[in-house]
Design a protein around this ligand. Structure first.
Ligand code: GMT
Length: 382
């Protein structure tokens, strides 16, 4: 198939999923065309069968706000025509599904069919889509999509209830490439890489996000402050975003900044996650929690919150521990209970990798997308 993919190319879970999906589809022999305002950050031009088409957004003095969604719709229609795309797959409903709907209409006037699939990721529904000003158009574009998928059952139900969507929505969970996200097998290599952050007798905790308020990055620092009072430990924070400076300020205010490594955005998080003993994801809300899955695949269990789709990913007490959002005392106590009980921590590490492989590996999930595309195209009806 020839598939056009549109996503937010910057640091964020939906862009990561879209990019990894494109890479996996190309590896299966499909032709993938990314259409976006900049190259998705995990796409580095290394893969055959992957093309990138930039969306130019011209700014005219009259426009206080450059109309990106219209430029995107035009570019989608052009690319679909010039490269004979079979379908578009847009990640994150706003505004991508609206642009795809327009592109489909443009091609229809030329007698060409261009179906589009919308994948719902989270804040497109839970936050942005529920802003009344966006709701009617988002609902319309979801309803008019040729196929809609959601990354968790939680988000699927929420979309049906909050948006009163009547068309079917299929849950296709997020995935991870279990050959790229792997635990270290060479202990000497791991010790060498780990020495950048921690002494051999110190625990290493890790967090990865886009540092938006919903991630509660300051809770990560507060949890760590409680942990480090009891056991020697270091914390690595991967990513960047609006709450980074507040988190840095808190680290200084609590006097633990020397033990916290803000490493910023990283291109290859798979090289870092496997160094951790525990992953911290104290989010206010997660429709899935892709970062925790990436950690699981590297044999790292999570201390996380029992919110949104997280319980579909993390089995409480087996592949991680779940707590109410905001309960930093309980999360710190949970982390300490694992760090001070090596057999339990090890069992959880094994279970995390095993479960990631059993349910969320790319080779299990990506074929579900391929089948879904075939159904939308009518080449493999359900
Ligand atoms: O708001 C974010 O956290 C980013 C957002 C995105 O779309 O970039 O993440 C959402 O999609 C991810 C990939 O499907 C999920 O793993 C995240 O749980 C989800 N975030 C939220 O629901 C808050």
């Amino acid at each position: 198939m020839r598939i056009g993919i549109t996503c937010y190319p910057t640091y964020g879970g939906s862009g990561v999923v879209a990019t990894e999906l494109g890479i996996e589809l190309a590896a299966l022999g499909h032709e993938v065309h990314f259409i976006s305002y900049s190259q998705p950050f995990r796409l580095n031009g290394r893969d055959d069968g992957i093309f990138y088409h930039e969306v130019p957004v011209s700014n005219y003095p009259l426009f206080e706000f450059p109309p990106y969604d219209l430029a995107l719709a035009s570019r989608m229609a052009e690319v679909a025509e010039y490269y004979s795309l079979d379908l578009l797959h847009v990640h994150y409903a706003i505004p991508h599904s609206v642009s795809a709907l327009l592109a489909r209409q443009i091609l229809a006037t030329r007698g060409r069919r261009l179906p589009f699939v919308t994948t719902l990721h989270g804040t497109d529904i839970t936050l942005v889509g529920l802003d009344r000003s966006y709701l009617p158009i988002t609902r319309h574009a979801i309803q008019e999509s040729d196929g809609v998928t959601s990354i968790s059952d939680y988000l699927r139900e929420k979309t049906i209830v909050d948006f009163d969507v009547t068309r079917p929505i299929k849950t296709i969970s997020n995935f991870v490439n279990c050959d790229v996200y792997t635990p270290f097998t060479d202990e000497a290599q791991k010790a060498e890489a780990r020495s950048r952050f921690a002494q051999p007798d110190e625990f290493l905790l890790m967090h990865l996000s886009n540092f938006r308020p919903v991630k509660r990055v300051t809770d990560v620092v507060k949890i760590f402050a409680r942990v480090v009072r009891e056991v020697p430990a270091q914390l690595v924070l991967i990513g960047d975003g609006p709450d980074r400076s507040t988190a840095e300020w808190l680290a200084h205010d609590l006097g633990i900044h020397a033990r916290i490594h803000f490493v910023g955005k990283q291109e290859r998080v798979s090289n870092l996650l496997g160094l951790a003993d525990l992953f911290l994801m104290p989010s206010q809300l997660e429709s899935f929690g892709l970062a925790a899955l990436e950690a699981m695949a590297c044999k790292v269990p999570s201390i996380a919150t029992r919110v949104g789709g997280v319980p579909e990913l993390i089995e409480d007490g087996v592949t991680g521990l779940l707590f109410p959002a905001g309960d930093v005392d309980a999360m710190a106590a949970g982390a300490l209970s694992l760090l001070t009980d090596p057999p339990r921590l090890n069992a959880m590490r094994e279970a995390a990798r095993k479960d990631a492989k059993k349910r969320f590996c790319a080779n299990l999930v990506v074929p579900q997308y391929v089948r879904f595309y075939e159904q939308v195209l009518g080449t493999n009806p359900p």
